[in-house]
Structures are given as structure tokens and as C-alpha cells.
Design a protein around this ligand. Structure first.
Ligand SMILES: NC(=O)c1ccc[n+]([C@@H]2O[C@H](COP(=O)([O-])OP(=O)(O)OC[C@H]3O[C@@H](n4cnc5c(N)ncnc54)[C@H](O)[C@@H]3O)[C@@H](O)[C@H]2O)c1
Length: 379
């Protein structure tokens, strides 16, 4: 199959910008993909980051993002910058008429996210939001089982992302630990869209939220060894009254987002239990998908091994383990195929309406933290 070359510019070449470049280098693992992305440009104020991309062979290197947006050799942009810059850079990219994949949380708060989403909706640009964990084959299996209707009346839904990234209190502070860069929503901005994506895609939405937001480590050392405030929430547990068009009764939905989860490394999980069936999947053990049925008075669990059967077919043997870089490759495969109108019925990247819905939940969670009561979502 001949592939269409799509030229990609990266704004923000840190952790995630580099991951995109690496994903394009493994592109041949995808079978019959209609697009071949080529990273032609990078914009980043950090000289060390620019050097990294020069060494990786990227031709057009800029200090400022406006130069990249004016580059005629850029068809699509990936924006992976601190949250305080989302509104400015996403709006500029829309004004430049460039399609893009924007990193979550897609605006530092609900107000910023609303502005960006309104601008996307008024434009003709193709925009999706980064969220790769649902591309794990086990997560896809869980999604499909819920969609099949096998669960019956929903009893409870749980979704979460548990990190140990901040367990080390000696770890120096960075922008993700400061409200002015990361946002007052703290860990919900960092991990929340990962948690919201699957429930929201399945139509499992929130009516109201009671939140428990926790600041555990109050100060950290900066790069000069000075103790400075670490003022973002580390952990968030949201008790949500959920709604679904398939039933009248509200059901409990628990979302957990933690940067300090002792005993966990990078655990993303989703479970949904109903009166007739249930499902649970966790990246802690990506080779296990558990499906539950309740029939004729008997409860049974079936364990399957989802292997490497991705959303987009790959050359990798179906029995092999799937991991984080594979989920990024699958997310990008879905993004570029959907942009060409060739995704078919495969799972697509998070949409701007979905990230806005997640922000409405986080906004209610912030209000609940102040009122110490359950809060309805703002319309
Ligand atoms: N999808 C995921 O799994 C995932 C994981 C981590 C982070 N993220 C998201 O990705 C985004 C970036 O996070 P990161 O971990 O890559 O951060 P990072 O700090 O590693 O990288 C951010 C980069 O942005 C650059 N930058 C700062 N100001 C800029 C400007 N004006 N123009 C261009 N570049 C600028 C910095 O120099 C840095 O290289 C955030 O929105 C974050 O929430 C997503």
C-alpha cells in the first residue's frame, strides 16, 4: 500500500515530544497504514532539547513556536508543553489552520479548555487529544465487553491512574508540581484525562462529584538546592454519581488519580461491574483481561490474555506483551488514519468534547474540595 507522507512539527520536545519522534521510527511495525509521518520541525526554547532533535536528524529547528507554525513544511503539529502554555499555543495553532494532537489537560483549567474547544469547533482543523492507555489490547477488550451489553444494570465503575513518580521526596521540583505551570487542578490535570477517557467514551458520565484532594509533600528542593513550595495536589479520589443513557438509576463511579501511590509504578486500570457481567483490566498485568458473568445463580470469571492484538494491526506476534510505547504507536496510528478518514470502526483518539467533559468533572471536584460537599457539574 502506498503511504501518504505527512510532515509533523513538534512544539515542546521534552518527555512526550521525544516519544513521538521515537514512535515514528517504529512506524513500520504497523501493517498497511495509509500514512507515514515524518518529523520535519521542532520548536523548543531549550538548547539541549534542540540539540537532541538535531542529532536525531530533524531539519527545521526553532526556538519559538510561531516560527514552526509559519513553516510550510509542517502539515500537522503535536503540542506537548506545560499546561500554562496550552491556551496560547493551541489557539495560535488553530489560527494558523494547522491540524494537531494536543496534550492533556487541554488548557490549565475549565475556562481555558472552553476557549480552546470553542475555537476548534468554529474552525476546520482536525484536532484530537492525547490519551494512549485505552489503546492497550486489554483495555480495548474491556471497552468492547461493556459495549456488548453483557453487564446488564451497572452496579459500579472504577477507573484510575496510580503513579509512584513523586514517592521520592528528594526528587527535585519541576513545573508539574507548581500551580502556576500545572494548574490548580494539580494531579487531575496530569492524570485525569487518562482516567476519564474510557468512561466518557462509553457514555458513562458524571452528574455530581464528591472529591478528596490530597497534598502530601508540601515542599521540594529546586535545582539550586533551595526548599520551595510544592503547591499542587498530589492525589485525587473522586466519588461520582454516574449516569448512563442505558439505565435510569445513578451508579457509583470512582476515579483515582495519584502521583503518590505507594506500591504502584504506572498502573492504569478500568473496571465495570453489572448485575449480569463485569470486566476489569490493569496495566499492572497487561497480559490479563478478566471478564465476569453471573448466570443461573453462578458467578464465574474468565481470564484471557489479550497479547499484542492492537487496534491497528502490527507485525509483532499476537502472543507478545504490549507496553507503554506500543500504546503511543497505536494512538498515533489512530490519529493519522482518522485524519485521512480511514480509521473505519477502530477506536479513535480522545475528542475535544471528551476532554471538556473531563474538565467539568475536575472543576466540580475543586468546588467540592472547598465546600466539602458533593457538587453538580456546571453546564
Ligand atoms: N500522554 C501522556 O502519557 C503524557 C505523559 C507526560 C506528559 N504529558 C503531557 O505532555 C505535555 C508536556 O509534558 P512533558 O512531560 O513532555 O513535559 P516536559 O517538561 O518533559 O517537556 C515540555 C517541553 O516544553 C518545552 N517548552 C516550554 N515552553 C515552550 C514554548 N513556549 N514553546 C515550545 N516549547 C516549550 C520545554 O522546554 C520542554 O522541553 C503536558 O501537557 C503533559 O500533561 C502527557
Amino acid at each position: 500500500m502506498s503511504q501518504k507522507i505527512v510532515r509533523v512539527g513538534i512544539i515542546g520536545g521534552g518527555l512526550m515530544g521525544k516519544e513521538l519522534l521515537a514512535a515514528t521510527k517504529r512506524w513500520d511495525a504497523l501493517v498497511d497504514h495509509p500514512v507515514r509521518p515524518e518529523v520535519t520541525a521542532l520548536a523548543d526554547p531549550s538548547p539541549a532539547v534542540r540539540d537532541w532533535f538535531i542529532n536525531a536528524g530533524v531539519k527545521n529547528i526553532y526556538e519559538g513556536y510561531a516560527q514552526l507554525l509559519a513553516d510550510p513544511d509542517v502539515d500537522v503539529v503535536y503540542i506537548a508543553v506545560p499546561h500554562n502554555l496550552h491556551e496560547e499555543i493551541y489557539l495560535a495553532t488553530i489560527s494558523a489552520g494547522k491540524d494537531f494532537l494536543g496534550e492533556k489537560p487541554f488548557g490549565i483549567d475549565l475556562v481555558a479548555a472552553k476557549k480552546i474547544v470553542a475555537a476548534v469547533q468554529e474552525s476546520k482543523v482536525f484536532v484530537r487529544v492525547s490519551s494512549e492507555m485505552p489503546f492497550y489490547p486489554g483495555a480495548q477488550g474491556a471497552i468492547n465487553y461493556v459495549k456488548s451489553g453483557a453487564l446488564g444494570e451497572l452496579v459500579e465503575v472504577r477507573a484510575g491512574f496510580l503513579h509512584s513518580s513523586d514517592l521520592d521526596t528528594k526528587k527535585p521540583i519541576n513545573w508539574k508540581r507548581q500551580v502556576k505551570f500545572c494548574g490548580a487542578i494539580g494531579v487531575m490535570g496530569d492524570l485525569g484525562m487518562h482516567v476519564a477517557h474510557v468512561p466518557t467514551r462509553l457514555g458513562l458520565k458524571a452528574n455530581s462529584v464528591y472529591s478528596m484532594l490530597d497534598k502530601i509533600v508540601e515542599t521540594r528542593l529546586d535545582s539550586k538546592g533551595n526548599e520551595v513550595p510544592c503547591d499542587t495536589f498530589d492525589n485525587a479520589v473522586l466519588a461520582i454519581k454516574g449516569k448512563s443513557s442505558s439505565q435510569e438509576r445513578e451508579f457509583p463511579m470512582i476515579w483515582e488519580m495519584k502521583r503518590i501511590a505507594p506500591g504502584e509504578s504506572n498502573t492504569w486500570f478500568f473496571s465495570a461491574m453489572g448485575m449480569n457481567g463485569g470486566v476489569r483490566f490493569s496495566t499492572r498485568n497487561p497480559q490479563v483481561l478478566e471478564r465476569f458473568t453471573y448466570k443461573d445463580g453462578e458467578q464465574s470469571w474468565i481470564e484471557t490474555q489479550p497479547g499484542h492484538k492492537g487496534n491497528w494491526p502490527v507485525i509483532t506476534g499476537g502472543i507478545f506483551e504490549f507496553g507503554f510505547p506500543d500504546s503511543l504507536l497505536q494512538m498515533w496510528a489512530a490519529f493519522f488514519a482518522e485524519r485521512e478518514g480511514l480509521l473505519g470502526d477502530k477506536f479513535g483518539c480522545a475528542r475535544v468534547e471528551e476532554v471538556l467533559e473531563s474538565h467539568r468533572v475536575f472543576d466540580a471536584a475543586m468546588k467540592s474540595h472547598t465546600s466539602r460537599a458533593s457538587e453538580e457539574l456546571e453546564n
